[in-house]
Write a protein of this length. Structure first.
Length: 161
């Protein structure tokens, strides 16, 4: 299977997982975060399809961190009222982190092996975005497992940038 075909499957699976996870998350900020990442993955699918269909590649860059910062800032008070997550929610975050790490590794490897410049550019872009997604999920996991320390060390990076 070509790298682009495998990438399409990975992104499609990610959209499905993140959409399902969002439907099961009990707190609004988490739900919106998963849906925001699912939208990013849908955008990735369109970019990958352009490679597979041999059309012009349009890199539609996004800043997932900015989207999540907005979600977290708008819902900060609600988040503080609901700091405990269920074991299912924590498991969803762990799976999401692993998916994003594997995705970034795959895209970095695919970029190194790409023959065409547009494939290399696509895979490099996707790797960077998957790394950002990983950071978002990791930061959220830290927030939910150790809220006090998270606020002490990380609040400004998510809320204020």
């Amino acid at each position: 299977m070509k790298a682009a075909e495998l990438a399409l499957k990975m992104e499609t699976d990610a959209v499905k997982f993140y959409t399902e996870a969002a439907s099961k998350i009990g707190y609004p900020a988490g739900k919106k975060m998963f849906l925001s990442i699912a939208e990013d993955e849908k955008r990735h699918i369109e970019m990958i399809r352009s490679i597979l269909q041999k059309t012009d590649l349009k890199i539609n860059k996004s800043n997932p961190v900015s989207s999540v910062k907005t979600i977290f800032s708008e819902m900060k008070d609600q988040m503080m009222q609901r700091v405990e997550a269920s074991s299912d929610e924590m498991e969803a975050l762990k799976i999401a982190m692993e998916m994003e790490k594997e995705g970034a590794d795959f895209y970095n490897k695919s970029a190194r092996e790409a023959v065409l410049d547009k494939e290399k550019m696509l895979f490099e872009t996707l790797a960077k975005e998957e790394e950002k997604h990983y950071s978002i999920f990791s930061n959220t996991y830290s927030f939910l497992t150790d809220t006090g320390n998270w606020f002490m060390w990380e609040e400004h990076s998510i809320v204020e940038g």
